[in-house]
Design a protein around this ligand. Structure first.
Ligand SMILES: C[S@@+](CC[C@H](N)C(=O)[O-])C[C@H]1O[C@@H](n2cnc3c(N)ncnc32)[C@H](O)[C@@H]1O
Length: 380
């Protein structure tokens, strides 16, 4: 991989010189006129029209964008601009993480905070951005019809809950529903709502709950941690604990970027190698539906959403999604730098150059991430 990477990076350096002389390709995509040059794959943006209730205005994405653009934002720094006091306001210490800000996380009184490293906090932030991105794009936290007004004793699981933001929002949205987040590393949440709990466990082992106990199971962004061999038993465990008629909802993105530039292509080849080494299924998004079916689920409904990387779309909402998706991707590349340079055999400087190139390529090549969502039911 090292040699291949070096070649790509040398090419990237040459290209950088050339592009200063050449004009870059410009976006030709709009929602009205979806014509694209033959060099660019036509992403699927139909999902954007699915629901008129755009959540761009509900503040979720706006808040996340604001946090991304002004990282030191804090309610206490929201000073009254009419104030006659000329003394600059004293800024509170910058929080380590927007996760901490949004979910009002505080150091746990029962667990040592050292459980979370700076890396964890940075990853929490990235997941949080992706959470807002997907919630805004999907116009909802869940698509499965798991709840009807008046339903009693409803239990939902968030498998691999991460920083717990999805579980927290669901618990707030459905106060009569019991929400349980499962993860081996649990968020600190001393002040969460009473209907929200977290359970520490390895999700690839059997779960401490009885058969037919749960109404709805949500799981998102687990493709790079669940090994290929563990998917089937994991789905079987979901099937076991679900009540007949209960739903699963799974969201995963393709490992590879669509419309990649040459440096992104090299990154994707590296990721593919890593998947092979780690026993992870690089093509999971193509094999998952078959596994859902063989585990016995029915009424499988699959939806695909392409979310731009970068601000290349001319359509405003897609442009905003592209901005935040690129920010999340940038964070991914930065957060995993140490691991990647070790495994890929790159120098730190070459890695930084590659990341810079990738970020430029997104806009140049109209790259996008393809997310897939499967909703399926356990038969009655
Ligand atoms: C990429 S994060 C996804 C977080 C969350 N689902 C979201 O969409 O924001 C993956 C999470 O899965 C957890 N995880 C991975 N493998 C696990 C396992 N075998 N058992 C329990 N948790 C696991 C990690 O600790 C991490 O919190």
């Amino acid at each position: 991989m090292g040699n291949q990477a070096s070649k790509v990076l040398d090419k990237a350096k040459d290209k950088k010189k050339k592009t200063q002389l050449q004009q870059r390709r410009r976006s030709t995509i709009t929602l009205e006129n979806r014509s694209l040059g033959s060099h660019v794959s036509h992403g699927n943006y139909d999902w954007i029209d699915q629901n008129e209730l755009t959540t761009l205005s509900d503040g979720a994405l706006t808040a996340a964008l604001e946090a991304a653009r002004t990282p030191s934002h804090h309610p206490a720094s929201n000073n009254n601009s009419n104030s006659s006091n000329d003394t600059p306001p004293s800024r509170p210490p910058r929080r380590k993480s927007i996760t901490e800000y949004f979910t009002k996380r505080r150091p746990s009184t029962t667990r040592p905070t050292t459980l979370f490293s700076d890396f964890d906090f940075k990853e929490f932030d990235r997941w949080q951005r992706q959470h807002y991105l997907l919630k805004s794009a999907r116009k909802a936290n869940a698509w499965a019809p798991f709840y009807n007004d008046g339903d009693k004793d409803v239990v939902i699981l968030d498998v691999g809950t991460g920083n717990g933001i999805w579980a927290l929002e669901m618990a707030n949205q459905y106060p009569s529903v019991q929400v349980l987040g499962l993860d081996r590393l649990l968020p600190n949440d001393p002040n969460g709502p009473e209907n929200l709990r977290f359970c520490p466990l390895d999700i690839t082992e059997s779960w401490p709950m009885s058969d037919n106990a749960v109404n709805f199971i949500f799981q998102r962004s687990m493709c790079d941690t669940i090994k290929q061999a563990d998917w089937r038993p994991l789905l079987a465990e979901m099937y076991r604990v679900l009540k007949p008629g209960g739903y699963i909802e799974l969201i995963e993105n393709d490992f590879w970027r669509h419309n990649p530039g040459p440096v992104q292509r090299a990154f994707d080849a590296f990721i593919q190698e890593q998947c092979k080494t780690n026993g992870v299924d690089f093509q999971l998004t193509e094999s998952l539906e078959g596994m859902i079916k063989t585990c016995g689920f029915e009424e499988i409904d699959k939806k695909t959403m392409d979310i731009p990387l970068g601000e290349w779309p001319t359509e405003q909402e897609l442009k905003q999604f592209g901005f935040i998706n690129k920010e999340a991707h940038k964070a991914l590349l930065k957060n995993h730098k140490d691991t990647y340079i070790k495994q890929w055999g790159l120098s730190s400087a070459d890695y930084d150059l590659a990341v810079q190139e990738v970020l430029e390529e997104f806009d140049e090549y109209h790259s996008f991430t393809r997310f897939h969502c499967w909703v399926a039911r356990k038969p009655l």
